[in-house]
Design a protein around this ligand. Structure first.
Ligand code: FES
Length: 114
């Protein structure tokens, strides 16, 4: 697992970018809910960690497709291809990332808070 940092240092509604095999965006959407998806938009390579979070979705800062943080699926054009989702684990207030090895994975990853 890749250490991301302290949960308390990620403001609710914000994201941090982690460099793994590809850049990954880790979003904190509530006090104890964190999601991770590939950071690069599947449309034209904008950084989704620079987007706007609303509920469990992030709006791409370039052309406004919204990606569901639970599934990686965009709500509509111009992006059509999902981003990968990754598992996030919070242990003793520290956030860890388990990078998915599946290409184009389309399923929700549960946040485990210990
Ligand atoms: S770059 Fe994200 S929707 Fe175009």
């Amino acid at each position: 697992m890749i250490p991301v940092g302290a949960l308390a240092e990620i403001p609710v509604g914000e994201a941090v970018r982690v460099l793994a095999d590809v850049p990954i965006a880790v979003f904190r959407v509530s006090d104890d809910t964190v999601y991770a998806i590939d950071d690069t938009c599947t449309h034209q390579k904008a950084s989704l960690s620079d987007g706007w979070v609303e509920g469990c979705a992030v709006e791409c800062p370039l052309h406004a497709s919204c990606f569901d943080l639970r599934t990686g699926v965009p709500d509509g054009p111009p992006a059509r291809t999902p981003v990968r989702t990754h598992q996030v684990v919070v242990v003793d207030g520290m956030v860890y990332l388990r990078v998915s090895t599946g290409a184009g994975q389309v399923r929700a990853e549960e946040t485990e808070v210990a």
